[in-house]
Design a binder for this molecule. Sequence first.
Ligand SMILES: [Cu+2]
Length: 113
Amino acid sequence: MKIIITLVLTTLLASGASAHSKVNTTTPPNNSILANVPTQIEFGFANKIRLTKVEVSHDTNPAVAIEIGGQTGFEQMYTMPLQDFGDGSYFVRWRGLGMDGHAVQGEFSFEVN
Ligand SMILES: [Cu+2]
């Protein structure tokens, strides 16, 4: 029963978020494998959002907040510096606010080796 409830909640959350918060593109792309740690990351959203929080975690490092900078308006593209943790898996989690006032969030990951 717990599994079913979790599945339903996950589905609801996923569909609610995807309605207006879809990340069209990320740099680096989701699930990509890179030779070097990128100096910055980019988000391209399907619709304008106001990005409020971005966190990066890594195999051997707990999550750290990334400086969003002066990007405080509603934008479709965001670029921000990435901290170099060395080789390994990087997980980027973001939160924001849609134009309709709904909270939106998502994540992507990539690997450096
Ligand atoms: Cu909405």
